[in-house]
Design a protein around this ligand. Structure first.
Ligand SMILES: [Zn+2]
Length: 428
C-alpha cells in the first residue's frame, strides 16, 4: 500500500525550514521519501492525497496523560467503576487521535491504560499509540496514594521495596516506570535520593525508562541526581539542577497548561461566589482557598523555572496531565501554545510536541519527525502554525501508521457530560 501526500508545506519536526510544495511518500506504514515536488519520484498507481495550501507535520505526542482519572467523573457511575473508566478512557483516546495526537504516554491510571493499549494494538479499537506506566510508585501516604484503590499508585518504602515495586509494574506489563517524588506541601522530596536511585537503576537494568513526578527544588534536584529520564511538572528548578538535566539529557515535561488552568478556574470561582455574596459560607470555600494557596506559589515559580531551563538548554517536551472533567481531554494544542508564552519560538514549541517528545519516550528512531524510515504518523492543519500556533487546535487530517483516520463528529473535543453539569458541548 503506497500513498503520496502531495503539494503541502512540510514542517518536518527537525527544526529545518519548511519544505514548500512538498511530497511525502508513505509505504507500508512508514515514510519512504520526503522532498519537493519533482525531486521525489511518485511511482505509478499510488494513492494521491492532495495537501495543497495545507501544512503537514509529524503526529503530536502527549507525554503526560492519565487516560482515566476519577476526576474525570466526579459523580460515580452505576455498576462497575472500572468498566465505566475503560469507556471514558477509550473515548478520551479516540478524541485525542482525531485532534492529531498520535502517541500518548500514560503516567498512571491504575492499569486502565495498559488494557486499552492492548485493545488498540490488537486493532479492537482506534486510538493513539499508548505507552503506559502502570499505577506509578510513591511512598506510603505520598502523592499519588489516592483514595480510589484501583487507580492509586503502589506504595513502597525503602530502596528494596521500590525495586520490588518496579518489578511488579513490569510484571503488569508497564512500558515505563513512574516515580512520584513530591507534593507541593513543603520543599522536600518524598522519596529519599537512595529510593529514587534504586528505582531508576532497577528500571534501567530491566530496560525501562523512568518518569519522575517532581515539583519542588529538592525533588527536582533529587530526580536529576538519580538519573531520571524525564521530570514531570518541574515547577521549581535551581540553576544547578538545570545544568545537571542539560548535561544528562533529562527531558522536562512542564505541564504548563493544566497548572494555569487549575489556578484560573479557582480564581474565577472565588470571584463568582464573592460577587454573588455567597463566598464566606460557601461549602467550596475551603477547597478553593487551598487550591489558591498552593497554586499562587506555583504561578510564582513557573516563570523563573522556565527561564532557567531555557537558558541551560534543557530539553522540553509537551504533556497535558489533563485530569479534569470540566475540560475536554485533548488539550495538547494549549500546552504547545503555553510554551510560546514562555519564550519558546513556534518552531521550538512544535518540536517539543514532536521530535523532543519522541526522545522523551525513547522512540526518537521511530517517531517525531517526517524523515525516511520513520513511522507515518502525520497531521495537517489549514494555516501556518509558524505564524499562528493556535491552529494546532484545529487539526483537519490525521494519519496513523500510514492509515488515514476518518474524522467523525462523535469524537470532537468535549468534556464528559456530568449529571450535575450543562457540559458535553464542544468546549474548544
Ligand atoms: Zn500526572
Amino acid at each position: 500500500m503506497k500513498t503520496a501526500i502531495v503539494g503541502g508545506t512540510i514542517i518536518d519536526g527537525t527544526g529545518a525550514p519548511p519544505i514548500e510544495d512538498g511530497v511525502v511518500l508513505v509505504e507500508e506504514g512508514k515514510i519512504a521519501a520526503v522532498g519537493r515536488e519533482g525531486e521525489v519520484p511518485i511511482p505509478q498507481g499510488v494513492e494521491i492525497i492532495d495537501a495543497r495550501a495545507r501544512f503537514l507535520l509529524p503526529g503530536l505526542i502527549d507525554c503526560h496523560v492519565h487516560v482515566y482519572y476519577p476526576g474525570f467523573v466526579p459523580t460515580p457511575p452505576r455498576g462497575l467503576p472500572q468498566a465505566y473508566a475503560g469507556v471514558v478512557a477509550l473515548r478520551n483516546l479516540r478524541c485525542a487521535l482525531q485532534a492529531g495526537v498520535t502517541t500518548v504516554r500514560d503516567l498512571g491510571s491504575g492499569y486502565i491504560a495498559l488494557a486499552l493499549k492492548t485493545a488498540i494494538d490488537r486493532g479492537l479499537v482506534l486510538g493513539p499509540r499508548v505507552l503506559a506506566a502502570g499505577a506509578g510508585i510513591c511512598i506510603t501516604g505520598g502523592h499519588g496514594s489516592g483514595p480510589v484503590d484501583w487507580c492509586s499508585a503502589l506504595e513502597a518504602d525503602g530502596p528494596e521495596a521500590v525495586k520490588q515495586a518496579v518489578r511488579r509494574e513490569r510484571k503488569a506489563g508497564a512500558n515505563l516506570i513512574k516515580l512520584l517524588a513530591s507534593n507541593r506541601h513543603g520543599d522536600f522530596s518524598e522519596f529519599t535520593i537512595d529510593e529514587l536511585k534504586a528505582g531508576v537503576e532497577e528500571a534501567h537494568r530491566l530496560g525501562m525508562r523512568v518518569a519522575v513526578h517532581a515539583s519542588t527544588f529538592s525533588a527536582t534536584k533529587a530526580a536529576a541526581l538519580a538519573g531520571a529520564d524525564t521530570i514531570e511538572h518541574g515547577i521549581a528548578i535551581e540553576e544547578e539542577t538545570a545544568a545537571i538535566m542539560a548535561e544528562k539529557g533529562i527531558v522536562l515535561v512542564p505541564t504548563l497548561w493544566v497548572l494555569h488552568d487549575i489556578f484560573e478556574e479557582a480564581k474565577a470561582l472565588k470571584e463568582k461566589y464573592q460577587k454573588e455574596g455567597e463566598y464566606r459560607y460557601h461549602p467550596d470555600r475551603e477547597r478553593i482557598e487551598g487550591t489558591l494557596r498552593v497554586y499562587t506559589g506555583i504561578m510564582e515559580d513557573i516563570p523563573r523555572t522556565m527561564e532557567i531551563v531555557h537558558k541551560h538548554g534543557v530539553k522540553v517536551a509537551t504533556g497535558t496531565d489533563n485530569i479534569r472533567a470540566t475540560r475536554p481531554f485533548a488539550m495538547l494544542h494549549r500546552e504547545i501554545e503555553f510554551l510560546t508564552r514562555y519564550g519558546y519560538s513556534n518552531m521550538e514549541a512544535i518540536q517539543a510536541a514532536t521530535k523532543t517528545a519522541a526522545e522523551a519516550l525513547g522512540l526518537a528512531e521511530e517517531l517525531g519527525t517526517i524523515e525516511p524510515g520513520k513511522v507515518a504518523d502525520l497531521i495537517m492543519v489549514d494555516r501556518d502554525p509558524l505564524q499562528d500556533i493556535a491552529v494546532l487546535g484545529e487539526v483537519s487530517w490525521v494519519m496513523k501508521e500510514g492509515k488515514v483516520v476518518s474524522a467523525s463528529p462523535e469524537w470532537r473535543r468535549r468534556p464528559v457530560r456530568e449529571p450535575w453539569s450543562q457540559g458535553g458541548e464542544d468546549a474548544a
